[in-house]
Ligand binder design. Structure first.
Ligand code: SF4
Length: 354
């Protein structure tokens, strides 16, 4: 090999190395940006505002920061917000997006709109390792945790992120199994220098990983929703394997303690399956479990997964449950299923876009 070719290859390698070690600004807190840029807090706040509110794709364009800070930033970082690789629109207007990160992990995001709110349902993991038998994501297997950058990109990388009013962690994965990144993303979503969403408009859903929930309750004021499936431990264990190690009744006791602080909304998600968990016995069990806790019950029609013979409880039965819970003093509501025709509804996410 000629000497010039060698020099060229080494130069190219060095250039690639520099690009590779550049950090993504998306996913960083204002303090981390300050340290990376070697700037004042006020300049770091300006950078964070441009990044998270204006989604700037070149920090050189930020006029309010000194040239030295801009140069330092472009040397060390990239904005890091990336776009979905595919999307599918449901007949009801729901849109499912497929993202792929630099590690080739795939994950899905759902955008739901109605007249009052625009909600993004984000994934916290690529796949899931909780193994709930009626969930397609569980069958997809576990491909890895998503970083705070990957989670935030699911909002910032959409066509109109400024319209987003609510974020729910109900996509692929168990958020409490990736608690540090989920917590960081929640903090950036709600920070004034970040996306400035109200913490009351951010909900993290879990099948119940006690240490993660405890940590989350201590460190965030965002809402939390526990997926229940059955008020009876032995029955719940068959649909939510996590029940064995982390019993739901203990988690509900813990949530009850935190609820008294009144800072956040606590709820229980109850997916209703015909003749399985919608009997009068289940209704009474639910009342006993939740009564006096101040926790709201969200009743959800079941979305059958391929190869499963179970079907959803009828709308009348779901309505009956709601009525009975409400007159017994428990706050209850019914969630409308959306995006079923593009497999964007609860339990159906599994990178099925391509
Ligand atoms: S229901 Fe949630 S926790 Fe269970 S396998 Fe599906 S994504 Fe994972």
């Amino acid at each position: 090999m000629k000497i010039n070719t060698k020099v060229l290859i080494i130069g190219l390698f060095l250039q690639i190395s520099v690009i590779m070690i550049k950090r993504s600004l998306c996913g960083l807190t204002v303090d981390e940006i300050r340290i990376l840029a070697g700037s004042s807090m006020s300049h770091a706040t300006t950078i964070a505002n441009y990044l998270y509110k204006k989604r700037i794709n070149d920090t050189i364009l930020i006029q309010e920061i000194p040239k030295k800070v801009k140069e330092e930033l472009s040397k060390k970082s990239i904005p890091g917000i990336y776009r979905p690789v595919a999307s599918k629109r449901s007949s009801d207007g729901t849109i499912k997006y497929l993202f792929r990160n630099e590690s080739e992990q795939e994950f899905e995001t759902v955008l739901l709109t109605d007249s009052k709110r625009t909600t993004v349902c984000v994934s916290s993991q690529s796949g899931c390792r909780m193994g709930c038998p009626f969930c397609v994501t569980g069958k997809f297997g576990f491909r890895g945790n998503l970083s705070a950058r990957d989670i935030l990109t699911q909002v910032l990388g959409l066509p109109d992120p400024e319209k987003v009013t609510h974020v729910v962690f109900m996509g692929m994965g168990e958020p409490m199994d990736n608690i540090e990144n989920v917590l960081k993303a929640c903090n950036i979503l709600s920070a004034e220098w970040g996306l400035a969403l109200s913490q009351h408009n951010i909900t993290v859903s879990t099948v119940g990983i006690t240490p993660g929930i405890e940590y989350f309750l201590e460190n965030s004021n965002c809402n939390i929703a526990l997926s229940l499936y059955s008020p009876f431990p032995e029955e719940r264990y068959r649909t939510v394997p996590a029940e064995k190690k982390y019993p739901a009744h203990k988690i509900i006791q813990m949530m009850k303690g935190y609820h008294s602080s009144g800072k956040r909304r606590m709820s229980v998600a109850y997916v209703m399956i015909r003749n399985t968990n919608d009997t009068d016995k289940h209704l009474e069990g639910l009342k006993v479990l939740i009564h006096g806790s101040g926790i709201r019950i969200n009743l959800i029609p079941y979305n059958p997964i391929p190869g499963d013979d179970n079907i959803s409880s009828s709308p009348e039965r779901i309505q009956y449950f709601r009525h009975e819970l409400v007159i017994s003093g428990i706050s209850a509501s019914i969630r409308k299923s959306k995006g079923i025709d593009v497999s964007a509804a609860c339990g159906l996410l599994a990178s099925g876009l391509q």
